[in-house]
Design a protein around this ligand. Structure first.
Ligand SMILES: [Mg+2]
Length: 403
């Protein structure tokens, strides 16, 4: 079998009005760049758009998804979400020429060739482009073998994955958050993650707002529910030390990205100084990036993004590193590929998965049999490969993007 073409498709779907309304963020993320009022102003003017490559803007009422499609002379294709913006340029001009004519089953060689060729792209947009192609190749391999990607990776270690409710986009007003946290528990979730909105630029009042959010959620759901907290790299070392010390009594299962990912010494310091478990890595890349976090003892939980870290081919190696170091791997939510990857690993290593409630309300609509948790559990689609089939009923437009 040979790869004959790689295309980037842009698919536009009409979202049901009630889903579009429910998915609209009330509160967004705290950015590390919010230290600068000028940046904050630009984000506000752009309706919350944070201007980074992982976040293409979405038109209201519609959902635009991009997909990388790998085609072969045998008619089998591989599909993975991604390829928008600068990734599309890298795929078209740097990586596609390397893959044309190659045997898609030699995925380890293809990953290594892509990686070694991109001497200026060991991370960032170029590694995201390599990751998406790697995931599309694994989808293709699964389809050609008539097996799920999870099966190709060794098979599922259990039938279903506990999902935790990830509350990005919900109101952080304490009363509203407490009510929503209670609803998550009623829906069957036993773990949830909330996102802080305040950082060093918001002073003492902001710090009190952050603490009030956590207090309200704990008061609402008690201490038997796992509560995780995410600062999206938005704090400085001093601020993080102050707030983590005060958060200790609320028993978070972990605090995610308290400071910048690159600042591994600070992460290690915070872990040791506060005794709070730290999750890190959704914007880290390759085994070498994760090895640095492990070596510096900067995290208890690694949270790779499958479509950033290097795809399945790197994920399984990152998982092996984490297993040896006694860490957990609880990846960043992205798409169904993450579930295939997690279910192929020991429950001791990958005990549960993130499910972004609001984002998935719309993005799962792009697919037939979208991924929705039942009673707090996710199960794999019963289809070969990744199991992604576009939902033609809602798609109003499909076009091939050129770069
Ligand atoms: Mg996160």
């Amino acid at each position: 079998m040979k790869i004959t073409d790689i295309r980037i498709l842009e698919v536009t779907a009409q979202i049901p009005v009630e889903d579009a309304a429910a998915a609209r963020p009330v509160d967004g993320l705290l950015s590390p760049a919010f230290l600068y009022p000028a940046y904050r102003e630009k984000v506000a003017q752009a309706g919350g758009h944070l201007f980074f490559s992982g976040q293409p803007p979405q038109p209201p009422g519609r959902l635009v998804g991009t997909f990388v499609v790998v085609e072969t002379d045998a008619g089998v294709t591989g599909l993975c979400p991604g390829g928008a913006g600068p990734q599309g340029h890298v795929i078209t001009h740097n990586l596609k020429p390397l893959l044309l004519g190659a045997d898609p089953f030699r995925v380890e060689m293809l990953w290594d060739m892509m990686y070694r060729s991109q001497v200026l792209g060991r991370s960032g947009v170029i590694m995201m482009a390599i990751s998406v192609l790697d995931c599309a190749l694994w989808d293709l391999i699964g389809k050609a073998r008539g097996e799920t990607v999870c099966s190709c990776l060794g098979g599922p270690t259990r039938d279903a994955m506990p999902a935790y409710a990830s509350a990005l986009g919900y109101s952080v007003d304490p009363a509203a958050a407490a009510a929503q946290a209670t609803r998550f528990v009623e829906e069957g979730y036993t773990a949830m993650k909330w996102f802080f909105r305040r950082g060093p630029a918001d002073g003492v009042a902001g710090l009190q707002e952050n603490l009030a959010l956590v207090r309200a959620i704990r008061d609402a759901v008690g201490y038997d529910v796992d509560l995780m907290l995410d600062a999206w790299s938005g704090w400085t070392r001093e601020y993080a030390l102050k707030i983590l010390t005060r958060l200790h009594r609320y028993e978070p299962r972990w605090v995610e990205e308290p400071t910048l990912t690159d600042d591994v010494d600070t992460l290690a310091f915070l872990r040791k100084a506060t005794g709070i478990r730290i999750s890190e890595g959704e914007r880290e890349f390759t085994i070498w990036g994760f090895h640095r976090l492990i070596e510096k003892e900067a995290a208890d939980i690694l949270s790779p993004s499958l479509t950033y870290c290097g795809g399945f081919s790197q994920f399984r190696k990152i998982a092996a590193l984490a297993e040896v170091a006694g860490l957990e791997v609880i990846p960043h939510d992205g798409f169904v590929g993450v579930l295939h990857a997690m279910l192929s690993q020991s429950p001791a290593l990958c005990p549960m998965g993130e499910y972004l409630i609001k984002a998935n309300l719309t993005r799962q609509r792009l697919f037939q049999d979208g991924l929705y948790p039942r009673n707090g559990f996710l199960t794999l689609p019963d289809r070969p490969g990744l199991g992604l089939v576009l939902n033609e009923d809602l798609i109003t437009q499909t076009r091939v993007l050129t770069f």
